[in-house]
Design a binder for this molecule. Structure first.
Ligand SMILES: NC(=O)c1ccc[n+]([C@@H]2O[C@H](COP(=O)([O-])OP(=O)(O)OC[C@H]3O[C@@H](n4cnc5c(N)ncnc54)[C@H](OP(=O)(O)O)[C@@H]3O)[C@@H](O)[C@H]2O)c1
Length: 337
C-alpha cells in the first residue's frame, strides 16, 4: 500500500493537535485524514498540508474507511471504539492505557522487535510517556554494561492531565497573583506555586497507579528478572514537559564520561551537559514543544562505584505521545500497511 487512510480520534485534544502538527511536517503518506472528537468540538477544523480538515463526530464514524486509527481521547472512548475499529479491519495505535496488558507496548528504537517478529498486531499501545523517556535514554547503557537497579523521580507537568489541567494552572496563577484564592477542580489541592507529592491517590502500600504503571510497563519492554525499579511521581506547576531525576546502578563499570559519549551518538536524544556553553536542560527552555529528549547532569554516583546520576527533560505531549505514536505508525507502515 503506498498511501494510508488515517483517523485520529481525539484530534482536538492536547495530544491530538500535536499529532496533526507533527504529521503535517512529516513525509508519512496520508491519503485521506479523518479528524474525530465529541460534539463539543465537532465542526471546528485543523490545518493539514495547507488544507483545513473539519472535525467529525466519532459516534457516526465508519472505521472501514481507514487503514489506521490513532486513539488519543479517553480510556472510555478507547474501551468502546477500539474493538469497533478492529472489527472493521483497521490497525489501531492506542494512547490510553486500556489495552496495555494485552497488546504490545512499543518504543521504536528500543523494542522494535515487537513489530518485526510475529504476526500483525491489531492494536499497538503507545507506552506511558515516562517509560518512553526512561528507556530511550537507558537502553543504550543497558545494552553496553547492564543495569540492575533504576531509581527515578518523575516531575510531571500539568499537560499530563489534558487541556483542563493547563487551564487550571493558568487560571490559578492569575487568580493568586490578583490576591484571590485558588479553586482546585482537576487537582484536589492548589497546583499553582505548589508541588504535589501525589495525584490520584495511593494503594495500601503507598504507591500511586502511575508509579506502578511505569514499573509494570518497563518490565514488559525490558524483559529482565534481575532489573529492579523504584519510581516516585510528583506533580509540579510546569505547563509542558516532564523532568526526571534518574539514578542507575550498572552490572559492569561505566563512568559518566562514557555515558555522555554513548548518549551523544543516539537519535532522539540531545545531551546538554556543559553549563558554561549551553546550560543544563530545563522543561521550559529545552524541552517544551520539542520532539527530542534532553539529558543533563550526567555524573558519577557519590556513594556507589557503579552508580550514575542523570537528569532528563522531554515534552510528554509532543515526544511522549505524538512523536512516539508517529514513529509507531512509520514502523507499522513498513511491515503491515
Ligand atoms: N497529555 C499527555 O501528556 C499524554 C501523554 C501520553 C498519552 N496521553 C493520552 O492521550 C489521550 C488524550 O490526552 P490529552 O491530554 O490530549 O486529552 P485532552 O486534551 O483532554 O483531549 C481529549 C480529546 O478526546 C476527545 N474526546 C473526549 N471524550 C470524547 C468522546 N466521548 N467522544 C469523542 N471524542 C472524545 C476530546 O474531544 P472534545 O473536546 O470534542 O470532547 C479531545 O479531542 C489520553 O488517553 C491520555 O491518557 C496523554
Amino acid at each position: 500500500m503506498d498511501t494510508v487512510n488515517l483517523a485520529i480520534i481525539g484530534a482536538t485534544g492536547a495530544v491530538g493537535e500535536a499529532i496533526v502538527e507533527l504529521l503535517d511536517q512529516s513525509t508519512f503518506p496520508v491519503q485521506e485524514l479523518y479528524l474525530l472528537a465529541s460534539e463539543r468540538t465537532a465542526g471546528t477544523s485543523l490545518m493539514f498540508r495547507n488544507k483545513p480538515v473539519m472535525v467529525g463526530i466519532l459516534e457516526d464514524f465508519d472505521f472501514s474507511q481507514v487503514h489506521l486509527a490513532i486513539f488519543v481521547a479517553t480510556d472510555e472512548v478507547s474501551s468502546l471504539y477500539v474493538p469497533k475499529a478492529e472489527v472493521a479491519g483497521c490497525l489501531v495505535i492506542d494512547n490510553s492505557q486500556t489495552f496495555a496488558d494485552s497488546a504490545p507496548l512499543v518504543i521504536p528504537g528500543v523494542n522494535n522487535d515487537q513489530l518485526t517478529s510475529g504476526n500483525r498486531p491489531s492494536v499497538v499501545v503507545n507506552p506511558d510517556s515516562s517509560v518512553i523517556f526512561l528507556w530511550t535514554v537507558l537502553k543504550p547503557i543497558y545494552d553496553q554494561c547492564g543495569i540492575y537497579r533504576v531509581n527515578v523521580t518523575v516531575c510531571d507537568s500539568v499537560s499530563h492531565h489534558g487541556k483542563k489541567a493547563l487551564h487550571e494552572l493558568a487560571a490559578q496563577t492569575a487568580s493568586l497573583l490578583n490576591g484571590q484564592g485558588a479553586a482546585p477542580k482537576v487537582y484536589n489541592q492548589q497546583i499553582a506555586f505548589n508541588v504535589l507529592s501525589n495525584v490520584g491517590g495511593v494503594d495500601e502500600n503507598g504507591h500511586s497507579a502511575r508509579e506502578l504503571r511505569i514499573v509494570k510497563q518497563s518490565e514488559k519492554i525490558i524483559v529482565d528478572p534481575q532489573l529492579q525499579l523504584n519510581v516516585t511521581c510528583i506533580q509540579v506547576p510546569v505547563f509542558y514537559a516532564d523532568s526526571m531525576v534518574v539514578t542507575i546502578e550498572t552490572s559492569d563499570p561505566i563512568d559518566a564520561n562514557e555515558v555522555r559519549k554513548l548518549l551523544e551518538k543516539c537519535n532522539e536524544i540531545i545531551v546538554l551537559d556543559n553549563q558554561e556553553k549551553e546550560g543544563f536542560a530545563t522543561p521550559v527552555t529545552a524541552a517544551a514543544g520539542k520532539s527530542e529528549i534532553f539529558v543533563s547532569r550526567i555524573r558519577n554516583d557519590m556513594g556507589h562505584s557503579r552508580g550514575i546520576n542523570l537528569w532528563l527533560v522531554a515534552d510528554n505531549v509532543r515526544k511522549g505521545a505524538a512523536r512516539n505514536t508517529i514513529m509507531i505508525a512509520e514502523e507499522l507502515k513498513k511491515s503491515f500497511l
